[in-house]
Design a protein around this ligand. Structure first.
Ligand code: NAD
Length: 349
């Protein structure tokens, strides 16, 4: 693989690939910061490094590319990779800043008969597989609500005129909670709900300092269920996911960046205000490694991607509606094209 963007998250991918060289090896890397690209190549044993990714994808015989760049860059970089003949792309979240861009990406990937997976790594963790099993067993009953939080306090101390500040504080790069944090919450709600998102309402705030959305409190309406998302840079850290069913609840206390053993609690009422609780410890694992293994297995032997592209596109459409609702202060319909509806329907059968 070649990697575009040798910043923070790229290191986790390189470390995840190190124990599985027979499956994945990063042979080339690129960053607009030449010193960053050179250091990355030396540290992880790449054969070459570049400062222009278009030269890398034309010059190297790559099986796949990892895009570890800012969300505003993904659409154009995907198009250029596909046009240069790259057939498999692992694209960091968030896939795109708008539903329109995500749909364009889907069409391009289809037209090139290529494969693209969004790097929503939490979905590869066995804790989420356990959650899926509990849901499929029916023990929680029909899902009534999904409550997903992703918050972490940001002191907003960097100067707004510092062009080198973190992309998370730069609106033009896709900074702010929607594409940094809340995209996980939306993915989880859409993944767990039986139906498709129909309508959203979202309250939130814009940072005075950076113009980024720094708080989102949203409702996603499904047939017979609701998703409640909470994502704030003005709140203490939280990554809680709770599934509430007619006959029980399941809580994943840390969901998106699990780094230790995790204790999932399943609770069922046995009478009025009486509960039966069971606790399930899921051992820690390297989620990024599992993601790379799934990505490689799709390319090599046609395995199913844990996060199919159509899900990411529906996520981007839902997010666009939430942001639109936040800005207009009114509820907004989520319009899912018929081909994506059909793929969603197929997945539920
Ligand atoms: N899955 C996760 O756990 C996770 C965690 C953090 C970040 N991310 C995602 O990863 C992406 C990158 O985030 P980050 O925190 O690593 O950002 P970062 O700013 O640390 O790294 C991005 C790198 O891309 C480089 N870059 C910018 N434009 C480029 C171009 N045209 N060509 C080549 N390189 C270019 C920058 O110089 C920088 O080194 C974001 O989409 C983010 O949402 C995912």
């Amino acid at each position: 693989m070649g990697v575009v963007g040798c910043g923070r998250i790229s290191h986790s991918h390189a470390k995840a690939a190190a124990p599985i060289p027979e499956k994945v090896r990063f042979v080339s890397c690129c960053d607009i910061r030449e010193d960053g690209a050179r250091a990355w190549a030396e540290r992880y044993g790449c054969d070459s490094y570049y400062t222009d990714y278009t030269e890398m994808i034309r010059g190297e015989q790559l099986d796949a590319v990892l895009l570890a760049t800012w969300p505003n860059q993904h659409r154009e970089q995907i198009e250029r990779c596909l046009d240069a003949g790259v057939r498999s792309i692992l694209c960091e979240k968030a896939l795109a800043l708008t539903g329109t861009h995500a749909l364009e990406i889907e069409k391009m990937v289809q037209a090139h008969r290529a494969f693209l997976m969004e790097g929503l790594m939490y979905r590869h963790h066995p804790a989420i597989a356990f959650m899926d099993e509990v849901l499929a067993s029916g023990q929680l009953g029909p899902v009534d609500s999904i409550r997903a939080d992703f918050s972490a306090f940001d002191a907003e101390s960097d100067e707004p005129d510092d062009d080198n500040r973190n992309w998370r504080q730069r609106k033009e790069c896709g900074g702010g909670v929607p594409y940094d944090f809340a995209c996980y919450c939306v993915n989880a709600c859409n993944h767990v709900a039986d139906g498709l998102p129909k309508r959203v309402y979202c309250h939130g705030d814009i940072s005075d300092r950076y113009g980024t959305i720094n708080r989102m409190h949203g409702l996603i309406e499904y047939d017979g269920a609701v998703g409640v998302i909470e994502s704030s840079k003005k709140a203490d850290h939280s990554e809680r996911l709770e599934i509430v069913g007619a006959h029980g609840r399941l809580v994943v206390p840390i969901s998106w960046t699990i780094r230790n053993d995790i204790d999932i609690v399943v609770q069922r009422s046995t009478g009025w205000a009486r509960y039966d609780r069971s606790s399930h410890v899921i051992a820690n694992t390297n989620t990024k490694q599992r993601q790379l293994e799934n990505f490689a297995a799709v390319i090599r032997c046609g395995a199913h991607p844990v996060v199919p592209l159509w899900e990411s596109v529906i996520g981007a459409i839902t997010m666009e509606a939430l942001v639109d609702s936040l800005e207009r202060r009114e509820s907004v319909a989520v319009r899912i094209p018929s081909d994506l509806r059909a793929l969603h329907q197929e997945s539920k059968q």
